[in-house]
Design a protein around this ligand. Structure first.
Ligand SMILES: [Zn+2]
Length: 82
């Protein structure tokens, strides 16, 4: 069982392997099927990341900055009034 390391978030996340990218993706349990969660927890079968319905925690985390390797501009320069 894994939880988000961000102190203000701490949501339960499931690490699913993305066969397209070869990386594991932290996925929100809400987006997973019950049987997938069962398989994940029991380890009876590997659950792979499916972008068609699995929601990456990258998108829902309160602090997505923690995950992004390449830092993006947060405000896109819109608040820059100088
Ligand atoms: Zn989080």
């Amino acid at each position: 069982m894994a939880f988000c390391k961000e102190p203000t978030c701490k949501r339960e996340i499931f690490f699913l392997f993305n066969q397209e990218t070869g990386n594991t993706v932290p996925v929100d349990p809400d987006s997973m099927l019950e049987e997938e969660i069962y398989r994940y927890k029991t380890g009876s079968d590997t659950v792979y990341f499916d972008k068609s319905y699995h929601v990456s925690h990258f998108k829902t985390c309160r602090k997505p900055d923690n995950f992004s390797q390449a830092k993006k501009k947060i405000n896109g320069g819109k608040n820059d009034k100088t």
